[in-house]
Design a protein around this ligand. Sequence first.
Ligand code: OGA
Ligand code: MN
Length: 295
Amino acid sequence: MTVLIRQLHKHFVGEVTGVDVRKPLTKQEAADIEAGMDKYAVLVFHGQDITDDQQMAFALNFGEREESRGGTVAKKEDYRLSAGLNDVSNLGKDGKPLPKDHRTHLFNLGNSLWHSDSSFRPIPAKFSLLSARVVNPKGGNTEFADMRAAYDALDGDTKAEIGDMICEHSLMYSRGSLGFLDYTDEEKQMFKPVLQRLVRTHPVHGRKSLYLSSHAGAIRGMSMPEGRLLLRDLNEHATRPEFVYVHKWTVHDLVMWDNRQTMHRVRRYDQSQPRDMRRATVAGTQPTVAQEAAE
Ligand code: OGA
Ligand code: MN
């Protein structure tokens, strides 16, 4: 089949037809989708009724699976999903919504903050592929922001000022900003800050983008308040409505995004009802900056 892509937003996002995600892709189809990702940064596939294994197999056309360890406070024995998918639902192992005060639920609420997946890892994620298995009756849209368009729209002085800045990213910063502050010693070790460039360059087409994320909590060489205020200003700029696409989910949508060129967040939804979303994550291939011990 021929891969067809129709642009949905002024700056980014393509709607894909002509692909059956359940079937192995031809080399040409995989190359067309990868090129579509480079160009549109977010791709939307409708009507893809897939299993976890099919979702993972599709993701592996674009790189290696990212190891999900280190990105959650859920204990291994409480995992609901196998096949290496990230559980982005509000459900426990029993298939019911987690209690309102459940620690995993409180931690997962952090996905409502604008972020880029795995920016808290030394080698952050390349692509994420999110499959809607059960759509929540109220709310739960996912919003995406184009960080290339946001970068392009900065004035020249700001571009020069931030061009070589390095940020510290940690899950403790994003969750801490919501008041989630208690971590075990093991979690503190696991969530140690990593370093990321504030401006990154796409490896294929060379466009620059702002590499922002709720996980960013400090800028090297700046005081904490000064760094956080600059990050806040940049986030405010980058998530202006003109840079944002709102995805309203239909069951069996599959949405794929490039974490190197976009941010995303989920909006509030009815936590008493299920929302079953499952994510396959494609690993990045290199750090954005050499890591040194972040003290
Ligand atoms: C994710 C994520 C948002 C959502 O899967 O990485 O942030 O809509 N999900 O569930
Ligand atoms: Mn995410």
